[in-house]
Design a protein around this ligand. Sequence first.
Ligand SMILES: Cc1ncc(COP(=O)(O)O)c(C=O)c1O
Length: 403
Amino acid sequence: MVNISKLIQHYTDLDQEYGASNYNPIPVVISRGKGVWVWDINNKKYLDCLAAYSALNFGHLHPKIVKAVKEQISQLTLTSRAYHNDKLGLFLRELCEFSNMDKALPMNTGAEAVETGIKIARRWGYQKRKVEKNKAEIIVCENNFHGRTTTISGFSSNLNSYNNFGPPTPGFIKIPFNDTEALKKSVNKNTVGFLVEPVQGEAGVIIPDKGYLKAIRDICEDNKVLLILDEIQTGLGRTGRNFAFESESIRPDILLLGKALGGGVYPVSAALAVDDIMDVMDPGSHGSTFGGNPLAAAVGLTSLKLLQSKNLSQKANKSGIYFLNRLKELYSEKIKDIRGIGLMIAIEFKRELVKSREIVLELMKNGLLTKDTHRKTIRITPPLIIEKKELDYALNVIKHVII
Ligand SMILES: Cc1ncc(COP(=O)(O)O)c(C=O)c1O
């Protein structure tokens, strides 16, 4: 008979022995997934309330996504952008129409979309705003999370992200999040863009004050600065709307998408903008061997159609309100805050009383997968397809563990 705990140890040991230790995963070895559920190698079932940091908005192995992958994989997977393919245009049209943008530049990972946004903004600054050569500045927020490339890590506030990876790329100014006065004060003649998450995800679901998005839109407009919204995590239904920016009826100048665009099977990301901004990009200025490949396009197109046909943003809004209200009934002296928007929810514990990692491990033992952040917060971001009985399952496990 196979000894399961030995088998779990075997897989975690393999990861540790042959993998760089740039992650600290919780000790569960998953081998199967379907919808909102995953199973470990012992066939133990867990509700997936991380959903790969919001990349699994449609759950695991959604039949429509799987069908699109199977169909496309038997036709054509990769052409590179040296040639046209018969899927990319269809995907880009849907993406632009869905987000009310003129043009999209397809990439793979979220970080690549962010890098693309930065390049577009800088070029636009030099070519259209006539900023002095190599002086362009982009304002970012403290406690941001935009990915892991050298440039992006360089303007992180997280020591682990930037320490000993310097020198940081110049041209980034950091201001507090949710602070419109700081934005006004930091803008100068070299500022070309303000890069911001509408809700800070990795920081622990930090929701700005009502009116913040509208105010930053106006400040950017008044100063001819591009508003670059990173909706890689918040976009595509997560906050209970197709895009978080819809909550204040604004439109960004550059929109960055990723994660759920790949339907949970394949990395698909994009930077989008209106014509007058995107037209600074010309042949040779940017690209990626895999970006915009037919398989990615088929997956992206299907993800967008699925989101709309099932009204998943509205569903996330309804589920989020229900879940958050029920969760708030569990307030105790250990908890500092329970907050959320749509299905982007966080419980922040009092740091001196609770280590969030320990809670995450207990939840795991009881069949619920979540993730800790900043030692005091756990994030709950289930697939948007989650049903009420599954939300109740999560609430029961959380109640059992934290009360
Ligand atoms: C807001 C935001 N931007 C960018 C990224 C980076 O995406 P990726 O990990 O696909 O590079 C993330 C990932 O968590 C994110 O949450």
